[in-house]
Design a protein around this ligand. Structure first.
Ligand SMILES: Cc1cc2nc3c(=O)[nH]c(=O)nc-3n(C[C@H](O)[C@H](O)[C@H](O)COP(=O)(O)O)c2cc1C
Length: 176
């Protein structure tokens, strides 16, 4: 699959996964893709934990509401550190967003599906802390997102996106 195909094929999958193991080699490729993302002033504030231990995934997935996530054969826990890029300027949110998209594209390119699960992680500090505890995250890191990984039992649907002409232009706002 080319990069452009992966970009257009990626969508948020929230259903059940086939009980097929994700090889460690693929999980490593997904983590490597995330770590290769740019970061403000190269501060590399994002860290990633690959999960392929079914008991751990069930524990963490079970903390999240839509628990199709609990039955994924693999997952990535996304962590950030609030390190300033310079002065009191922080880019760690942008950094982890870039890392997540790289992971999602790698996941898609390898034939798996996933979902950027951040709201369900960060909206509830108890869930966030319990995930951190489950994977032994030190206090200076914050768990910000969870990406389940697996082969979908039944492919989901991409949502509709606003037309190009409503959101992108050439040489000026609104210029077709
Ligand atoms: C910052 C952010 C947080 C998100 N949090 C969640 C979440 O907690 N749970 C979930 O099911 N989807 C979550 N999503 C996925 C979005 O709902 C999804 O990307 C959006 O509806 C567009 O659909 P698509 O990913 O299929 O293009 C999140 C996406 C982003 C970018």
């Amino acid at each position: 699959m080319t990069l452009f195909e992966a970009i257009q094929k990626r969508y948020s999958y929230r259903g059940a996964y086939r009980p097929v193991q994700v090889p460690r080699e693929d999980l490593r490729k997904i983590l490597d893709a995330g770590l290769a993302a740019p970061s403000g002033c190269n501060t590399q504030t994002t860290s990633l934990i690959g999960l392929d231990d079914p008991a751990l995934i069930e524990t963490i997935g079970g903390l999240l509401e839509k628990s199709g996530f609990a039955a994924a054969p693999a997952a990535v826990c996304v962590l950030t550190r609030r390190i300033p890029a310079y002065g009191d300027v922080y880019f760690n949110i942008q950094d982890y967003a870039a890392a997540i998209e790289n992971c999602l594209l790698a996941i898609t390119a390898l034939g798996y599906a996933s979902c950027w699960v951040e709201g369900q992680v960060t909206e509830n500090p108890e869930v966030q802390q319990n995930i951190a505890r489950a994977v032994g995250v030190p206090a200076e890191y914050t768990v910000v997102a969870y990406l389940p990984i697996g082969i979908p039992e039944k492919e989901g649907k991409r949502p509709s996106y606003k037309p190009f002409s409503e959101r992108a232009w050439f040489n000026g706002f609104g210029v077709q």
